[in-house]
Design a protein around this ligand. Sequence first.
Ligand code: EPU
Length: 419
Amino acid sequence: MTDARFRITGGARLKGRVRISGSKNAADYAIAAALLTAADVVLHNVPAIGDVRRMEELLEYLGATVAHEGPSSLRINCANIDKLDVPASLATPIRAGFLVMGSLLGRFRRAACPPPGGDVIGIRPLDVHLSGFRTIGADVARREAMFVATAPDGLRGGRVVLDYPSVMGTLNVMLAAALADGPTTIINAASEPEVASLADMLNAMGASISGAGTHTVRINGVRELGGVEHRVIPDRLEAGTFALAAAITSGEVEIEEAIPEHLDALITKMREAGVEIEPTDAGMRVRGSGDYRAIGAQAVPYPGLATDLHPPLAAFLTQARGVSTINERVFDNRMLYIGELRKMGADVITAGQTAIISGPTRLSAAPVKALDVRAGTACVLAGLVAEGTTEVSDVFHIDRAHEALHVKLSALGASIERA
Ligand code: EPU
């Protein structure tokens, strides 16, 4: 944790090209999957961000070697794993760390980990993960602060029906079931692109997984998995954030590496609000006119609008004419950003799980805090159009997910510096 902050002087229109980094979440998931094999796993397009570093530390603690090969490639070897218990100091800083449960359980038939941390954006239970492990034959107990999962006689495939299409719940079951005896079917699976990408990686390691990216995933357990060289998919949430940054500043930005199909819901909503977005050979181009209409949106599981894009979308909608609404249906504490935007003059209120945003409002600089990753990006976007110099503190939250956000925004013409 650092006391770094951003100072942003609003008013500049963003112009030019920006290249999107590899996906934070997909990179974290791929690192957890490396535990499934004794062979080398080489990952490319890995973003240099706080959360990835935490995952590397976690694997190193368990006995893995992690070598950086160039700025965005990692070579991971898990031949000599000698610990199966994750201490709280390594588990709590990062939610994705809980995925080592599935990998360790699959390969070593035992795993222990305390409840993970991550953003305080809601209750974030683990019942989906734990009941999934039980369905494929694990015994799961809570011992003091740890969840301990064991399967001394090995895991057996089963029919796993998820109460909720939890992203990491789906992945934890997929990781464990990849090495189980027999077939597993996950019903009501999460269909996020990061799930499909992890299945691609596992299949390249020798797993037999079909249907990932839909709500029914079939896994035929195999005896062992081998090494792989895998490229992490581009970060759709970073791409969406830059699309909104371009729009809020009435700018014109080509977002290289963006995969428009991963952003269908956001693109549809932004077009409805009056933003021009078109696919290009390199990614997509966003052109903002500054004349926007209010819209209604809902943050739901993929392929709907991502909950992670709710706060920056709300920042953008402060500049739209009329009353916009965003109904948050994934996390029950996603709206921490609202208090910060209000300090800058935004007219945002809540009614239950709905943010009601009236606009357009002239925002003005104020000291604000990045209360979580996405609340932080909402503050940064607001700062880009606010009158005066906005200071965003607790930028370490943004650093967890964004590779050099201020450098990329500066290159597009924003007046932003890190202090
Ligand atoms: N849920 C349950 N039971 C469970 C697990 C989840 O009811 O056992 C509920 C949660 O309460 C929540 C909903 O399911 O209401 C969604 O949670 P999910 O499990 O899908 O989220 P996650 O896997 O913990 C990942 C990302 C989040 C992203 C969500 C949704 C990581 C580390 N986190 O979390 O990303 O918002 O999927 O797409 O991969 C971020 O990047 O800033 C971030 C928070």
